[in-house]
Design a binder for this molecule. Structure first.
Ligand code: DGJ
Length: 704
């Protein structure tokens, strides 16, 4: 193709693609004020140094060795040892409004490749690549990666790590040479490596610096990397990770990468997050979250496997008194499920525990004005189950191996049609025969040998999981689904396309939750982040927390309770009700507003977040004292995003018990009516109160 230039423009960002024989993103950054032409592109035509190839080698959308790209290739594969170094030539570029479709072909290797790029007004770029085998013999694919060049100044990576009950932890790595790589081989999105990273010039912060945030929307094995080339250019790649032999394309067959979502912001991490939140709300959730998110009570930590329908009815009654709007019966309700060693797969009501079935319980819950939810873990099976005894060959496993169990359980091979049909029939029959409003879809183990007919099929398993959810959603579109995988093991955009809420973590300790929720907030808005007030004494950390910090932490997401409300006396119920009501009062703002993670002067000991309405009329600020203050004063809080010309009345909404007894004097704004301009609050700020460790404060800002 002759040289041409194409552009996609968001509201604040712009992508420029230069095409000739290959396509290269030559610019992805701040939106320019005019349309670029080839003349300007000459200004960034690279020098060609000695000691290398005699030609310039672009970081194309799919870098290939055959074109002299020595870094990590965009495609690796072969046809019985041949066609292993393809060189694609661009055939056609189609621009459709916000979308660019670039089709390339390698006549010799008999392969074609289509790259789709889309950049909407919400400034989230989507990239996807599809490889098709045009040959007459099969083609084995080892890797197919989305590739995004980054400027050489992007030398710091902010990435995720974690584990069960400690998800979404973050770490920064300087990349001067070599690079950064993360691989997830756990068979689900994973607690360890949420498939995302952020990269930018060193020192980017919440409100400052350039940042490119990238998330691979995929719920299985993945690889993400940022390489520093010997010439200083940086390259980001994101792909589904294929196990050996897993992808074999028959003639005319295709394989697509998951979608890579990227958002560029010149306004730091908050700018990036706000763009992702906007995209999630409009493009991913769309009309699916129309009604206010109902406050949950989930039975798990209240009763675990001890199910007695009369007692559960009492729990529902007590929950309703506290203001709960959706009551969920968690694990333990189905045939023989008395602990976690048995019965997964036997999706029938346990007649011992529920001799009358669950109709009465559901009626009771509905009668109290609450929705009813039920827990399932469809993809799993215990060897101690009727299902396993009848179908030992339904396991996702390689014959001849006894792979380790996880929580005593195995995984079902969803690619076997009978397995898929059985699970659909079971779930469908519950949703058809009972007025169930909500299901909590759990997935409690990692996958060791994902095999279909003994061959690796991690990708196929994930795709079948999507199909199963999709088929159910198609038939029962009004049922909300929560995605849970031992807490936050399956949280990503692809799951969110078909679900409504994530269980962020099995850790309800408010202090840990503050960290986990902050990490999750970089990509997800609060309304999809399941966040529960657990018992005073945390079941995962054994730490004890006052209700204040537990309530204010849970209210920042989609709120719920995770305890046995029958054990609460009237006074305690009133205290819980206070936080439930607080959430109900503010959820309209929390679930539609703009989130700002605050940069605090004593960041070692405090964490803060503000949610501001789009029209800048109303804001809510949460400050959590996570540790003993570093100094005897806590500094000044400056608030971004407000209308500088407007005046805001500041009101304390909820404060730790005894806040005024622990010092000679707290800042005066905490007790006296105070009105300050947005400009003052942004530039000068508010003196921070002194708070005991592990307490939290909530205050509002209302435009006068
Ligand atoms: C793990 C989940 O994260 C918990 O909330 C609970 O549903 C248990 N599984 C039940 O087995």
């Amino acid at each position: 193709m002759s040289q041409e230039v194409y552009q996609l423009c968001g509201t604040r960002s712009q992508l420029i693609v230069q095409v000739s024989d290959v396509a290269e993103i030559v610019y992805y950054g701040k939106r320019l004020q005019y349309k670029v032409s080839l003349t300007e592109l000459a200004a960034i035509a690279r020098a060609i140094p000695y000691g290398r190839l005699d030609v310039d080698v672009p970081v194309s959308l799919n870098p290939q060795l055959a074109r002299g790209a020595f870094g990590s290739p965009g495609l690796e594969g072969h046809r019985n040892g041949l066609a292993w170094a393809p060189a694609f030539t661009l055939q056609e570029v189609k621009q459709e409004d916000t979308k660019l479709i670039l089709a390339s072909r390698d006549e010799t290797a008999q392969l074609s490749l289509v790259v789709e790029l889309e950049l909407d007004s919400d400034d989230v770029l989507q990239m996807r690549q599809t490889l098709t085998n045009d040959g007459e013999q099969g083609y084995s694919v080892t890797r197919l990666a989305n590739t995004l060049p980054l400027p050489a100044r992007a030398n710091e990576v902010l990435s995720y790590f974690g584990r069960w009950v400690k998800e979404f932890q973050q770490t920064r790595t300087l990349i001067e040479a070599g690079g950064y790589i993360q691989e997830n081989r756990r068979g689900r999105t994973s607690h360890e490596h949420y498939p995302a990273l952020m990269v930018g010039p060193q020192g980017f912060g919440e409100q400052n610096g350039e940042v490119w945030g990238a998330h691979l929307a995929w719920s299985g094995n993945h690889r993400m990397r940022v390489d520093v080339k010997a010439d200083g250019r940086r390259v980001l790649q994101a792909e589904a990770l294929y196990l050996p032999g897993e992808i074999y394309l028959q003639p005319a067959q295709s394989i697509s990468t998951p979608t890579l979502y990227v958002s560029y912001s010149a306004g730091g991490l908050n700018g990036m997050s706000q763009q992702f939140h906007e995209h999630v709300r409009h493009a991913i959730l769309g009309e699916r979250l129309t009604k206010p998110r109902p406050v949950h009570l989930n039975t798990w930590e209240g009763i675990y496997f001890k199910h007695d329908p009369e007692y559960i009815k009492k729990m529902a009654t007590a929950a309703a008194e506290i203001g709960v709007e959706r009551f969920i019966v968690d694990d333990g309700w189905f045939k023989g499920r008395d602990d976690d060693t048995s019965s997964l797969g036997d999706w029938f009501i346990d007649k011992q525990k529920y001799p009358e079935g669950i109709h009465g319980l559901i009626e009771h819950v509905h009668g109290l004005g609450m929705e009813f939810g039920l827990w399932f873990e469809p993809e799993m099976i215990n060897k101690q189950s009727d299902l396993y005894r009848a179908h030992p060959d339904w396991l996702l496993a390689v014959e001849g191996y006894d792979a380790p169990t996880g929580r005593h359980q195995y995984v079902l091979d969803l690619q076997q049609q009978e397995v898929f049909d059985y699970l659909f029939e079971r779930l469908d029959s519950f949703l058809t025969n009972y007025p169930i409003d909500y299901i909590k879809w759990d997935m409690n183990r990692e996958i060791v040998q994902p095999a279909h007919r003994d061959m690796a099929s991690g990708i196929g398993q994930v795709e079948q999981y999507y199909r199963l959810v999709d088929k159910l959603v198609e038939k029962h579109p009004d049922v909300d689904i929560e995605s849970c995988a031992a807490g936050g093991g399956r949280i990503d955009f692809e799951v969110l396309k078909r679900t409504h809420r994530f269980w962020a973590s099995d850790n309800n300790d408010a202090l840990e939750r503050q960290q986990i929720q902050r990490g999750m907030s970089y990509f997800f808005p609060p309304e999809v982040m399941g966040s529960h007030i657990g018992a005073e004494h945390s079941h995962t950390t054994r730490r004890t927390h006052a209700l204040g910090i537990r309530g204010l932490t849970a209210m920042l997401g989609h709120m719920g309770l995770e305890l046995d409300p029958v054990t609460l006396n009237d006074e305690q119920k009133a205290d819980y009700r206070h936080y439930v009501e607080l959430h109900k009062t503010w959820r309209g703002l929390l679930h539609s507003g703009i989130t700002y993670r605050l940069s605090l002067e004593d960041a070692k000991a405090q964490q803060g977040v503000m949610v501001l309405s789009e029209d800048q009329e109303l804001g809510l600020v949460n400050i959590t004292q996570t540790a003993m203050g570093t100094y005897s004063l806590s500094g000044v809080l400056r608030l971004p995003g407000l209308d500088p010309q407007a005046s805001y009345r500041i009101c304390v909404v909820d404060e730790p018990v005894g806040l005024h007894q622990i010092v000679n004097r707290q800042p005066t704004w905490m007790k006296e009516s105070t009105v300050l301009t947005g400009e003052w609050l942004a530039e000068v700020g508010l003196a921070m109160p002194l708070m005991d460790p592990e307490t939290a404060l909530l205050f509002s800002l209302e435009k006068e």
